[in-house]
Each structure stands twice: as structure tokens, then as C-alpha cells.
Design a protein around this ligand. Structure first.
Ligand code: NAD
Ligand code: ZN
Length: 389
């Protein structure tokens, strides 16, 4: 079958690879119908997360059709149209039983690769490097999904592939970002990053009763999409000082909650290997207005800063003094897909969330490398390129 493979830093190619097979009783094989590029892939492609191996298949935000199940699978049947949570969870460990699926103890079979870096290895993720378990990704005709009874969800009729695909990752991530803010109604929420994750975080904050949502980015098409589709206020940080603008818009007090949906490249965070790249990153970060720093400085006293942008190594100039003295609540993490997907599918059916507009570039698998180029360079108003193997 054809698959989109990583071939070294910045290099992608479509290759012929063997089809996946059932390896464990709880596995399912999915024929992929839609598989999206994600901001998280850029960290892998550019070498910011450890342990990509040449030939690794990318892709973790996807939906498709069940074509084969292992003997222990109960919740999926051949022919089901399904969406799959990007993160893998066993469903039985203490973390899974307490719905902290992205911290699952069992779904990363290669924990030694990240234990030293982070103290504990988080869960496995499909198509997300050897550090996240070494699972082949979904930018392929077929993909193997372990723990299918926990992470595979039937898709309601009438919701198009190119919309429901975001229930895999961008929607639950955005929801978790807003959920972290513990909104009780009437708050002002600021969101850094108008990518798919930021857009879904903004929509989720509205659904969780924020009174005002303000989205910050420098890409006019993305800000315009957020304003038109969601009715949020926007700040173009390339035109105005975002901190000053936020102060003015909130009568001097600052937003009640600040969501970071940007991630590490924009912060010049240290790539996890290669001393030269770390030095380069340290130089970069000193003269950039990073989103984490701004979120902490902008947030009102006693407010919440919710970080869902992905980080891997070290980030310097983290204003811990501001966070401490303003008594901020800091929350962060990889999303708990399985906790949120059923509720989000219902909201898709009800029309409360309509993420179809995120698919600006539907493409064939063969066009995948070009899709990533357009997405990374943010050309042509690209929010998401969605591949159809
Ligand atoms: P994306 O690349 O499409 O969007 C990122 C946006 O941030 C861009 O529009 C960019 O212009 C903007 N940006 C850059 N610097 C900024 C700054 N200083 N202030 C404000 N905006 C800035 O990415 P995406 O797919 O929307 O993903 C966003 C982040 O979320 C990535 O880091 C990704 O890895 C992460 N993510 C996390 C999870 C999770 O489980 N926590 C899941 C999916 C994605
Ligand atoms: Zn588990």
C-alpha cells in the first residue's frame, strides 16, 4: 500500500510499504478515508521531538472504515464508519479508569525513550514517532489501531468525513484547553494561535459559557475565519502589541483565562537533540514574543493559563515569578481523546460545532508532501490539508 513517510528532517515521500496486520487481539485495521495534517506533525518533521526513524509513517488525525478486527474486539464491526482518537489508551490502568487517557500506563511499548527526558513516559500516539510508541500513522491506505474498544468510535450518519475527522484530535484538544479553564460563565478567554486547535478551543470556550473570546495570531485569513465562523474578537499581533490590546479590551484587568494553542517552534524551544539546534533555539527565543510568556503576563491575577501547544525540550524565559505572584493556575497536557469524543460527536450532530471549514485543502495521499508544505508555510489560507488515501 501507499503511505506518507518521514525520510529525515524536513523530508517526506510517498512510499510503498507492507499493509498492517492484526498483531494483538484488541487491534482493528481501518481503511483510512480522511487523514489530516496537524501542527503537531511539524514538530516531528522538523526534528523537534526525539526518535523519528527514517520510514516512519506520519498521520494521527483520521477517520475511516473498519475492515478487520481482532478476536477480542467487541465495539467495532467490519464496515463501521469510525473516527479514532489519536492517543492510545488501554482502558484498564489507573489513569484510564480516571479518564486521564493520555497518561495511560500501558499503551506506549517503548517508554524508555522518553522516561529519561520527562520522568515518566506518556501514552502511545498513532503516527507520532518512536517516542510515542513507534505506531505506524494514518497517512496510508490502512492503519492498525490497538485498543480498538477504547479508542474507535462509530460516526453518526450525515456528518461528512472532512468534518468528523477533527473529532480525532483538534476538537478534543480544543475542548480540553477550554475545559482546563474551569469556566463558570461570563469570562473573557484569550486564545493564542488560530490554527485548527485554537479555533476549536475558541468554539469550546463559547460552548462552556465564556462571554467573550479573543483569538490572537498574525495570519489574516485565519483570524478572518475565526471571526466569521465563530464570531470571536481577534488581535493581529504583527500589527499591534497583543499585551496592550488585551489590557485595553478588558478594562485593564486582563483575560480570566489564556489558552496557548501554538507550540514550541514559535517559542524557539530547544529541540531535544543536537546541541547546535539548542543553541540556535536559545538565540531565537530571546527576541520573540512567545505565546506562553504573553499568556502568563496577560492573564488577570488568579486566572488560568491553559497550554495545549506541544513542547518537548526546554523553554527558557518562562516567567515563573509572574505566574507565582499573580497566583495563576497553570494547566497543560496531551488531550484525553476518549474522554471527550462521544460528547463532541453529539455536538457535531447537533450543529453546535461545525469544523468542516477547517478542511481548506482536501488532497490525495500522493499530494501529501505538498499538503505539508502549504500547511507549514501557511500558504493559500490553509488551515488543514486533509489527505484521502
Ligand atoms: P498550526 O500550526 O496550524 O497553528 C499554530 C498557529 O499559531 C499558527 O496560526 C501561527 O501563526 C500561530 N502563532 C505562532 N506564533 C504565535 C504567537 N506568538 N502568538 C499567537 N499565535 C502564534 O497548529 P495546530 O494544528 O492548530 O496546533 C497548534 C498546537 O497544538 C501545536 O503545537 C500542536 O502540536 C498542538 N496540539 C496539541 C495537542 C494536545 O494534545 N495537547 C493535540 C493537537 C495539537
Ligand atoms: Zn491505560
Amino acid at each position: 500500500m501507499k503511505a506518507l513517510c518521514w525520510e529525515g528532517v524536513g523530508k517526506l515521500a510517498v512510499r510503498d510499504v507492507p499493509e498492517p496486520t492484526i498483531q494483538k487481539d484488541g487491534d482493528a485495521i481501518i481503511r483510512v478515508r480522511a487523514s489530516s495534517v496537524c501542527g503537531s506533525d511539524l514538530h516531528l518533521i522538523n526534528g523537534y521531538l526525539p526518535a523519528m526513524r527514517e520510514g516512519d509513517i506520519l498521520g494521527h488525525e483520521f477517520m475511516g472504515e473498519v475492515v478487520e478486527v481482532g478476536p477480542a474486539v467487541r465495539n467495532s464491526r467490519i464496515g463501521d464508519r469510525v473516527v479514532v482518537g489519536s492517543g492510545l489508551a488501554c482502558g484498564g490502568c489507573w489513569y484510564c479508569r480516571t479518564e486521564q487517557y493520555s497518561l495511560c500506563d500501558n499503551s506506549n511499548p517503548q517508554p524508555d525513550l522518553t522516561e529519561k527526558l520527562w520522568g515518566h513516559a506518556p501514552a502511545g500516539i498513532i503516527g507520532y514517532s518512536q517516542a510515542s510508541g513507534g505506531f505506524a500513522g494514518s497517512h496510508a491506505e490502512y492503519v492498525r489501531v490497538p485498543y480498538a474498544d477504547v479508542g474507535v468510535f462509530p460516526v453518526p450518519d450525515g456528518v461528512p468525513d472532512d468534518a468528523v475527522v477533527f473529532a480525532s484530535d483538534a476538537m478534543p484538544t480544543g475542548w480540553m484547553a477550554a475545559d482546563f479553564c474551569a469556566l463558570s460563565g461570563g469570562e473573557v478567554v484569550a486564545v493564542w494561535g488560530a490554527g485548527a486547535v485554537g479555533q476549536m478551543a475558541a468554539r469550546s470556550a463559547q460552548l462552556l459559557d465564556a462571554e467573550r473570546v479573543i483569538v490572537i495570531d498574525r495570519l489574516p485569513e485565519r483570524l478572518a475565519a475565526a471571526a466569521a465562523r465563530l464570531g470571536v474578537e481577534t488581535i493581529d499581533y504583527s500589527q499591534v502589541d497583543a499585551l496592550e490590546a488585551l489590557r485595553e479590551m478588558t478594562g485593564g484587568r486582563g483575560p480570566d483565562a489564556c489558552i496557548e494553542a501554538v507550540g514550541m517552534e514559535a517559542h524557539g524551544a530547544g529541540p531535544t537533540y543536537g546541541y547546535d539546534r539548542v543553541k540556535q533555539a536559545v538565540r531565537l527565543q530571546s527576541d520573540r514574543p512567545t505565546a506562553v510568556r504573553q499568556a502568563i503576563l496577560a492573564c488577570r491575577k488568579g486566572g488560568t493559563v491553559s497550554i495545549v501547544g506541544v513542547f518537548s525540550g526546554f523553554v527558557d524565559k518562562f516567567p515563573l515569578g509572574a505566574a507565582m505572584n499573580k497566583a495563576l493556575v497553570l494547566r497543560m497536557g496531551q488531550m484525553h481523546a476518549q474522554r471527550y469524543i462521544p460528547m463532541l460527536l453529539q455536538r457535531l450532530v447537533d450543529g453546535q460545532i461545525d469544523p468542516g471549514y477547517l478542511t481548506t485543502h482536501p488532497m490525495s495521499l500522493a499530494d501529501g508532501p505538498r499538503g505539508y508544505e502549504i500547511f507549514e508555510k501557511k500558504q493559500d489560507g490553509c488551515l488543514r490539508a486533509v489527505l484521502h488515501p
